[in-house]
Design a protein around this ligand. Structure first.
Ligand SMILES: [Cu+2]
Length: 270
């Protein structure tokens, strides 16, 4: 009976390990240099924890098998073993702190974005993304490279003004509102994240970064996509009944295609 139970434990462990080792149902391809680094950090963590998991499950099966036999020996209490306690506590601490050092720079690069001016520049494109139940609103600064001011009194979804942009104010006339994001390949993009109502979460799996959009706060993410293509933007924070359909797309295109697209969007304004 003990051996049978051990075989079940090992079989479940093996079945669980197979998709990870063969990488079926795996993440989509990363499209940024930072994403590759995150994948490396992820893989190191997975290998470390995976090996410990397999050893622990092997030991569990062995223990179930060996110690389930009837025996004449009386049961005895264990009062622990200080040497072993110190050994595995230290080992766990070394592994966790070690992983922190290995992955710290990646974490810092995604999270510690210095608060530069909110206006776009020649080497950096800024796209403002405002989440609302259940759509993403993308805003580009337009030809003047200046985001116009917004006012909640001007919010009018039916009139195509979901963020309350003041078209008559300086910088506001040429701002472009679109439902999908288009960016040039190999260009640094800063995503400025806002929310109109509840928590949402901006997530593009291929970028390997995500951030909550929080009402009243401004979040920032930065990425430089190196592969052209169409990628899904999903909301990964349960935000209401329509959460499942809150999606958009990120189009990574050549600089020429981007310029043609932005010019076309601007042509609809006047
Ligand atoms: Cu949402």
């Amino acid at each position: 009976m003990g051996l049978l139970l051990a075989i079940v434990v090992w079989a479940i462990t093996f079945a669980m390990a197979v998709p990870f080792v063969t990488q079926t149902w795996w993440m989509p391809e990363s499209i940024t240099a930072l994403g590759d680094e995150i994948d490396r950090a992820f893989n190191w963590t997975l290998i470390g924890t995976g090996v410990i998991f397999l050893l622990a499950q092997a030991a569990l099966g062995y223990t179930v098998w060996q110690f389930s036999r009837p025996t004449d020996k009386p049961a005895s209490d264990s009062h622990g073993n200080n040497k072993l306690e110190i050994l595995w506590t230290t080992a766990a601490a070394v592994i966790f702190v070690g992983l922190t050092f290995v992955t710290y720079s990646v974490w810092a690069e995604t999270r510690f974005i210095e608060q530069k001016s909110m206006q776009p520049s020649a080497d950096r494109l800024i796209v403002e993304v405002t989440g609302q139940q259940f759509v993403w609103n993308m805003r580009y600064a337009g030809e003047d490279n200046q985001f116009g001011p917004t006012d909640i009194a001007l919010i009018d979804d039916a009139a195509g003004n979901p963020v309350g942009l003041d078209r008559s104010a300086p910088g506001g006339a040429d701002d472009i509102m679109v439902p999908e994001m288009q960016v040039p390949v190999n260009k640094e993009v800063e995503v400025v994240l806002k929310s109109k109502d509840v928590l949402h979460n901006f997530f593009v799996p291929e970028l390997r970064i995500k951030l909550d959009t929080v009402p009243g706060l401004v979040g920032k993410l930065r990425f430089t996509a190196t592969k052209e293509g169409k990628y899904e933007i999903v909301c990964s924070e349960l935000c209401g009944l329509g959460h499942y359909k809150m999606r958009s797309f990120l189009h990574v295109v050549s600089q020429e295609e981007y310029e043609a697209w932005i010019a076309e969007q601007a042509s609809y304004l006047f």
